[in-house]
Design a binder for this molecule. Sequence first.
Ligand SMILES: *Cc1c(COP(=O)(O)O)cnc(C)c1O
Length: 448
Amino acid sequence: MLLETKSLKLVEEALQVLDKSFDDMPAFESHPDISAMRDVLLKVAERMQDNFPYPHPLYAGQMLKPPHPMARLAYTLALWINPNNHALDGGRASSALEKEAVANIAAMYGWADGHLGHLSSAGTTANMEALWVAGKLRPGKKILASNQAHYTHSRISEVLGLSFESIATDCRAKMDMDALETALKTGNVGTVVATLGTTGVGAIDPLADMLELQKKYDFRIHVDSAYGGYFLLADNLAEEARQAFDLIHRVDSIVVDPHKHGLQPYGCGCVLFRDPSVGQIYQHDSPYTYFSSDDLHLGEISLECSRAGASAVALWATQQLLPMEPGGEFAQGLSQGREAALKLYGYLQQADNQLTLFEPELDIVIWAPKATSASAISEASTQSFDQAAKQHLHLALMSLPSLLLKNYWPEIKFDQPTVTCMRSCLMKPEHIDWVDRIWDIVKKLPQR
Ligand SMILES: *Cc1c(COP(=O)(O)O)cnc(C)c1O
């Protein structure tokens, strides 16, 4: 069976322990209609059959990583309480676990001795919060991000009423530092978003150079590492990426998505601020929320109100099982993904029927089947994508600007502004064991 079920039994055992907390309550039981529920649940299972095989290593397409069984179990266990981490009144235990789990992430970034942060529903809401704080601290000033940054930054800025400017990227999809400096010279820039791991190709913006520019110009740095943030723990990064992660503690705020590379189910982003005093910005006075104690209620430092406490429980449990330490099993999982990406990239480079770009910085590989023109390459990519899926290898497609690709493929006729390329996110530790099989399929694509 592809779907792991052996661990399910543990939930029942753990529920017995959890139930003891209510031992002194007068007896009360609920009696759901098990037989009717069975009918519906089996129907649900049938309807849910229409999915890609996400847990299998031959799913190597979009940025989708299965949650760890530990996270799944802890999340499920927590659902019997259904805590709300807005206020301690909604989830005392899960709020405590969230504070610990977030402190562990902060410690990973070198902020063990002070930070403000919490989990959020997603990277988008986490970035929104960081940009909201940025706007409060630098009123009237611009937000900048590269044209390869996540598309939501410009939209978030729009929602927040902040002006946004997109900065050009270089031939490796990193923010262009000359273009950045030109924008900084205007004096109206408040915050620069550094993407450490772009969603498209996994590029790392040059954080070291940005920090240098901070000596000349006054601006904040927000790191969006929703996808790439955990790679700080990997031991096989190239020097540039290593340097960026080593400097990350010097920025003002960081976003990372435990539901991307942190082995969590969806609904788990995280935002961190280096300066805990930004907490003052959040002050609100709600008649509904009874902050019944002086202890910190997470709702006092977050934009969102109700939030799944189960997410915090799942993250805490996963961190217990797989601590975020260099060389540990969790860190190795990230290194293995990058190793798999480098291996596939090496095979592609050697092949005479494929085109490659730059070396993957994290675990995303981009390539295209060789052809003579942009339009022919695009067509071959689409065919390859379909043919691979028929052999149970699920890849992704991505459209890249011809301007970028011209640097790598000078002999190609660029008869259209963009080119459809192949993209593979090798996010699972198991991908290192499957990359040869993946290559066996890819090297014959597209088949004529
Ligand atoms: C995925 C991603 C986001 C958005 O996060 P969601 O959790 O999907 O809302 C933002 N920035 C980057 C770099 C991402 O990869």
